[in-house]
Design a protein. Sequence first.
Length: 296
Amino acid sequence: MARYRLRLLLQEFDVPPGETVLGRSPECHITIDDPLVSREHAKVLHMGDRVILRDLGSRNGSKINGDPLHGEIELKDGDRIRIGNQEILFTRVVAPNRPGRPTGSLRHCSSCRAPYLAEAPSCPHCGFVPGAEDTLSGRKIALDRQSWSLQLQLELLEKALSVGRMQEADRALKSIDEQIEKRLDAKGEIDPQQLNAACAGAIKLSSTRGDGLWVAWIFGTLTHAIKLPLPTLVAMLAQLPPIILDDVGTQLDQYVGFLGTHAGTLGPHEAEVIRALTSLRDEVQARRARAPQGRG
């Protein structure tokens, strides 16, 4: 009988006769820690010389060689399975080999203490490079890993907003907030595109909910990061209902004042963005001045 394997990152798994369930649940045969993977995402069926991949009605679906999987498909040597953000390579074993994961020595990461193959150049869990604690390359790999984790949450946020799951979007933004704050507190850098994507998601969520909670978060986070929003983001802010902008008038005023103290150091679009936000602030203040006394 032919033998088959699934390769995920640095690990290989034999596909035994019968079924192998892949998913996020620890009860699965192969557990994949990825928020875009369903608890029971897909199933591999090994029947004689045939191996079938079947999606189990997962929320985000499965792909085979880049194409969406509808129902099930027979796997061929070299097929690439995509579930969540993980790519799994399906292979037919030609030479006899031991079952289970590949042989070799393991080391424990001195940063996160997780075990991994000693042949790997860096820890696949946290990006730490052995022997490079103080080198620029070591810090860069760790930063890439953090950016990847943040990107996962941004994709979850966009997915939740696109299907109207506001509670999931709120949870994703809270996780994004924690990651950004942790990075900024450690004097780390935030990818400007990721920061603006988070702010855009916050605007969409606030617009749907009808309150200014996450818009206020934008101004606080941009102040902490000492960053400008892109002009497109300012345009999104200008399209918010007046009741939301009035709700965050104080935070907007404080942020405009902060930009004034850093004028000349914030880079491209500085004058355009400050001018547009100042105009927006002035509109909010004018509405407040016209409002009847006693309005909360």
